[in-house]
Design a protein around this ligand. Structure first.
Ligand SMILES: *Cc1c(COP(=O)(O)O)cnc(C)c1O
Length: 364
């Protein structure tokens, strides 16, 4: 028998969250962002829940091919554009739209032979300082693209650095608006956080939003707000079972490094899930976990294949009891991936993307 650990992808929850994002910016079309193999969910596994999107955005050309293989004929956008000239051949062949964020990519386009001119998204660096043309260089890049026979429609794009925090997006919106005011073309600015927090705000013209994390049931501005506040549902459950029980006496310790020691007699359950499954090793004593759908805490260090949990309040739970690391328990109880991520000093994004290959995944 395989180890009892399993991940579940919740199709209905993906549908719900996507609809939720659509409602956050009702006038915009929605890119389903499926980079990083749909944030660890698996593109093929998430597709059914996300097929209501208006297009799919990602950055890996192989993943773009997989979306087309699923029969998707609608828009597909490469968020980082071409990495080398022959990527443009694939764009022509698969009808991919692509970001243009630097001069080298314009050079590649100028040298590209195609019968079908490309739809491109010209990216401005409005303050994030990763990809995009500086504001004072944006219009000349636009003019250069406009003159190329290889280019069809030019859309305008930027990305926010602080949509989830106190700094907000106003400073970047101002820069973007100033430079693009009289340029034609569709606009796309907002990720999940910006769509939820500023989606209904007048003055931000958005033809497309680009939500990722919220679609996968994680609150982009956690802990300020959680998924209940944003009416989002977990789309991934990581669950396993108790494979052993230990009765500790006061002073007994648990696991490597004896990092946890019992103050009083304590019953603990040993769970078949460790960092080799994608459970964050930085989670320590106190990290929330559900046993039979009731909240308790992890104790001691995370090891490769096991964690240990406090069964004080779970007198009935023994060998074989259900343990939910994040997501939805059998009794319907929820444990947000954000709660667990925070305990491990990280974000929900990293946990879902880090689900290990050895964990069997089912779709429901
Ligand atoms: C990843 C990404 C998004 C989605 O961001 P979330 O925070 O997951 O909503 C949007 N736009 C770009 C350019 C991205 O790289």
């Amino acid at each position: 028998m395989p180890r009892p650990i399993q991940a579940t992808i919740h199709t209905e929850a993906l549908r719900h969250n996507l609809a939720r994002m659509r409602a956050a910016a009702p006038d915009a079309r929605v890119w389903g962002v499926v980079k990083a193999n749909a944030y660890g969910h698996g593109i093929e596994r998430a597709f059914d829940g996300l097929r209501g999107a208006d297009g799919f955005a990602l950055l890996d050309l192989d993943e773009a091919g997989r979306i087309r293989s699923l029969g998707w004929r609608g828009p597909v956008l490469l968020l980082e554009g071409a990495f080398e000239p022959r990527d443009l051949e694939l764009c022509s062949r698969l009808g991919l739209w692509h970001t243009v964020h630097c001069d080298e990519q314009i050079d590649m386009l100028a040298a590209h032979k195609t019968h079908q001119p490309h739809r491109v998204f010209l990216k401005m660096n409005s303050g994030m300082n990763r990809l995009g043309f500086a504001p004072h260089r944006y219009r000349s890049a636009w003019t250069r693209l406009q003159a190329l026979p290889q280019v069809d429609e030019i859309s305008l794009m930027t990305h926010f650095s602080d949509a989830d925090g106190p700094k907000g997006i106003a400073h970047q919106v101002r820069v973007f608006e100033e430079i693009t005011r009289d340029l034609p073309g569709e606009r796309t600015l907002s990720n999940s956080a910006a769509s939820l927090r500023f989606g209904g705000q007048a003055g931000i013209r958005a033809d497309w939003i680009r939500p990722g994390i919220a679609v996968y049931g994680s609150a982009p501005d956690y802990p300020e707000n959680d998924i209940v506040y944003w009416d989002l549902q977990p789309t991934m459950t990581l669950a396993s079972r108790i494979i052993a029980v230990q009765e500790l006496a006061a002073g007994d310790t648990v696991g490597y490094g004896s990092s946890f020691s019992a103050e009083a007699p304590l019953r603990i359950g040993v769970v078949a899930c460790g960092y080799a499954d994608g459970y964050p090793r930085h989670c320590s004593t106190g990290t929330p976990v559900l046993v039979d759908g009731v909240r308790t805490r992890m104790v001691g260090r995370v090891s490769m294949d096991m964690i240990t949990v406090d069964l004080t309040a779970h007198a009935q739970a023994g060998f074989g009891a259900e343990v939910t690391m994040w997501g939805r328990a059998g009794n319907g109880a929820l444990l947000s991936i954000d709660d667990v991520a925070r305990a491990g000093g990280t974000v929900g994004y990293e946990l879902m993307c880090g689900l290990a290959l050895r964990v069997p995944v089912v779709v429901e």
